[in-house]
Design a protein around this ligand. Structure first.
Ligand SMILES: *Cc1c(COP(=O)(O)O)cnc(C)c1O
Length: 333
């Protein structure tokens, strides 16, 4: 496997802790729960995108880039962390952002401004519109003599996925050191790269555990398709391994999305309160709160057994909670 020969910038504080959560486990009445603290990767308040950006910025620099362009919603954790990663290596971050913004920037958008990102807003939040806007921004930069590099939304693609294959190997070592037998990993899935990297890592190492994605935006079929495509592309084009991850091998549920991406659910907010009350742990309403809501419900329904060992992969997102103050304070949902 060629993982160690890919260009990489060491942004993330790793290994992130793999912590026990005894009070949360007891509150759920059974399964032993551990938390993989990728909220603590350290890059501009942390989160899962740091691991992907190590490889994206590595590739950008190796191609001589002096600007990076990426996209997301106004509350995007990926956009915030890309801006920070670009600053860390001395190149300009350009962010194409969509969605409703309040008059006073909050959460990630506030931090994008602090990081001095060149922010351009688009009205249409479709993937096509974002891709077009990024291509147009790149063309304009090239025209002006710059060397822009485009990172796809969420940092999901073969290059960034290497970061989550590496994360899985790191996790596997921790389970060996701590003499743990893990039955499954639960992770919040949006643009699919994190789940793809973990699932690919699990397959490459014959780890014999389930990587279950809790979708926060896409229908399950779309997730299966994307995860399989990203993982297979990463294996073949980056890791030099002739292996395919099939759609049938991708485990995902879309039962916990609620009204839609970025819209808090009652179950997600309740899960956030439970994590805070039992473990002093901060989750977010867009990703990790919905993921824990899924874990709680799957235990309640008996689909996750009481004697299992389950890893809740904490992907971050806390900087975004301040943009959801009304929902969190119970004023609206
Ligand atoms: C982006 C993100 C995810 C989802 O990761 P994908 O690789 O996009 O599926 C989960 N949690 C948080 C906090 C994120 O920012």
């Amino acid at each position: 496997m060629l993982l160690s020969s890919l260009p990489r910038v060491p942004f993330a504080f790793t290994p992130t802790p793999l912590e026990r959560a005894p009070r949360l486990s007891a509150a759920l009445g059974g399964p032993r729960i551990l938390i993989k603290r990728d909220d603590q990767t350290g890059l501009a308040l942390g989160g899962n995108k740091a691991r992907k950006l190590e490889f994206w910025l590595g590739e950008a620099i190796s191609q001589g880039a002096d600007a990076v362009i990426t996209t997301g919603g106004v509350g995007s954790n990926h956009a915030r962390m890309t801006a920070a990663a670009a600053r860390r290596v001395g190149i300009t971050p350009v962010l194409i952002l969509s969605g409703q913004r309040s008059p006073l920037p909050q959460g990630n958008l506030l931090l994008d401004g602090l990081l001095g990102a060149d922010i351009r807003y688009i009205e249409d939040d479709s993937d096509e519109a974002a891709a077009q806007a990024m291509a147009a921004a790149a063309a304009a930069l090239r025209e002006a003599g710059h060397r822009p590099y485009i990172i796809p939304g969420g940092g999901s693609g073969a290059t960034g996925d290497a970061g989550y294959v590496a994360a899985f190997l790191e996790f596997l070592q921790q389970t060996i050191d701590q003499q743990l037998r893990v039955d499954r990993i639960l992770v919040a899935t949006g643009s699919c790269g994190t789940q793809a990297g973990l699932a690919l890592g699990a397959k490459l190492t014959h780890a014999g555990l389930q990587v279950l994605g809790i979708s926060v935006s896409r229908p399950a079929d779309a997730v299966r398709q994307r995860v399989a495509a990203i993982a297979t592309d990463c294996a073949r084009s980056r890791l030099g391994v002739d292996l395919a991850l099939t759609e049938a091998e991708v485990d995902v549920t879309d039962d916990y999305i609620g009204p839609g991406y970025g819209v808090p659910t009652e179950a997600g907010l309740a899960a956030m309160r439970l994590a805070a009350a039992t473990e002093g742990l901060i989750l977010d309403p867009v990703y990790t709160g919905k993921c824990l809501a899924g874990l709680i419900d799957l235990v309640r329904r008996g689909e996750i057994g009481k004697s299992e060992t389950v890893v809740f992969w904490h992907t971050g997102g806390a900087p975004g909670i301040f943009a959801h103050a009304e929902a969190l304070a119970g004023q609206t949902t």
